[in-house]
Design a protein around this ligand. Structure first.
Ligand SMILES: [Zn+2]
Ligand SMILES: [Zn+2]
Length: 376
């Protein structure tokens, strides 16, 4: 095991801590302990802000407080535990969601559907209840958020939770590939399986929606409809491949989409999490159409016409993290990024880490599609 002092001794670092719901996020000096045999110490370079983090800030997640959130981290491996042989210090990695590696889903290439992912990503601790982080005063600090808690200068993460990437890539921009960008792209490729000539509509043109849109264009969709309330996002959607755009503030969204695709839309994705919009995403489907749902911002309780579902042979799929495995999704996106046809960098704005609150505000207001905070 190659190591340096940081791999074997606890040390102090800056982390953004959430202590109470709606209580904001504050930087604190916290203690990070060395990696266990199956863990990795990552020096974070940058971390994207995703709406799931914001749900955590507002107390809408099952995770206990106080906690260090952050689940779109990218960085450099600083040290590895004795049982880690597939990554080494100096490697560039993207962190992603944590899975068990043993269930039927994990062992058949569908890690994103891991039966234990909810517990592993949101319990705030390792499965044995221990923590890699501690408060400066030794107080309990929950961590292990998506296995990474990367709103911090360093992360302790499990060996299965990182995807190694080329050192030629802009590492500071890659964190969101591990969640938001992969969720959208994977939904189009793996779950909706968009085919050449299909029509496609994205309800909500944020980071997930625009990633789904780029993936659908790459897959050969011919009619591509982007829907949002923010005119700048619709403009960006056009430049990324939308053939039509619809203002979500229009009187009848489903009717506006049907005016573009009179026979209905073959594949739709809702990224808004709003029940009324999800209903529209199903309503506008063509015969044998499929709608993907990736977000649940509101309470459950979608109302559907079962008759319409049956007579039109429609399907609805729930999608977590884009389906299949994080490595397959990230590598596929990066191969298209290299060719210039998946320019996810156009969705991103970077901030120094001390401006995390401004970055969160810009995400909430819609001013920025994908804020990333940089640790150096
Ligand atoms: Zn996320
Ligand atoms: Zn599993």
């Amino acid at each position: 095991m190659k190591e340096n002092r940081r791999g074997t001794e606890a040390f102090l670092m800056q982390a953004a801590v959430v202590r109470e719901p709606h209580g904001g996020i504050r930087f604190e000096e916290v203690i990070i302990t060395p990696p266990r045999a199956d863990e990795i110490l990552v020096r974070n370079v940058a971390t994207g802000i995703c709406h799931t983090d914001i749900n955590g800030l507002e107390g809408r997640l099952p995770s206990p407080l106080p906690i260090v959130l952050g689940h779109e981290g990218s960085g450099v491996v600083e040290a590895v535990g004795a049982e880690v042989h597939d990554v080494a210090p100096g490697d560039h990695v993207v962190m992603t969601y944590l899975t068990c590696g043993a269930c039927r889903e994990c062992t058949s290439g569908h890690e994103s559907s891991c039966r234990s992912a909810g517990r592993l990503c949101f319990s705030g601790a390792r499965p044995d209840g221990s923590h890699a982080l501690q408060g400066h005063d030794g107080g309990v600090l929950n961590d292990r958020f998506f296995g990474q808690s990367s709103f911090a200068q360093y992360s302790i993460t499990h060996r299965s939770n990182v995807v190694k990437v080329s050192k030629d890539l802009p590492l500071a921009l890659l964190g969101p590939l591990g969640c938001g960008i992969m969720t959208g792209a994977g939904a189009s490729w793996n779950i909706l399986q968009v085919q050449p000539g299909m029509s496609f509509a994205v309800f909500g043109s944020g980071a997930v929606g625009l990633s789904a849109l780029m993936a659908a264009r790459i897959a050969g969709a011919s009619t591509i409809i982007a829907i949002d309330r923010v005119p700048e996002r619709l403009e960006l959607a056009r430049s990324l491949g939308a053939t039509h755009v619809v203002d979500a503030g229009c009187e009848d969204l489903a009717e506006a989409v049907r005016a573009i695709a009179p026979d209905g839309v073959d594949r739709t994705i809702d990224t808004t999490g709003r029940l009324a919009v999800m209903g529209d995403a199903v309503r506008v489907l063509a015969q044998r159409g499929i709608a993907a749902l990736v977000s649940h911002a509101e309470a459950d309780g979608l109302t559907l016409s079962v008759k319409d579902m049956i007579l039109s042979s429609k399907s609805i799929c729930g999608v977590a993290e884009g389906g299949r495995s994080a490595a397959s999704n990230i590598n596929r996106i990066l191969s298209h990024f290299a060719k210039g046809d998946f320019p996810f960098d156009r969705l991103i704005k970077t901030y120094p880490y001390k401006q995390i609150e401004a970055a969160i505000d810009d995400s909430l207001s819609g001013a920025v599609i994908k804020p990333i905070i940089c640790w150096e």
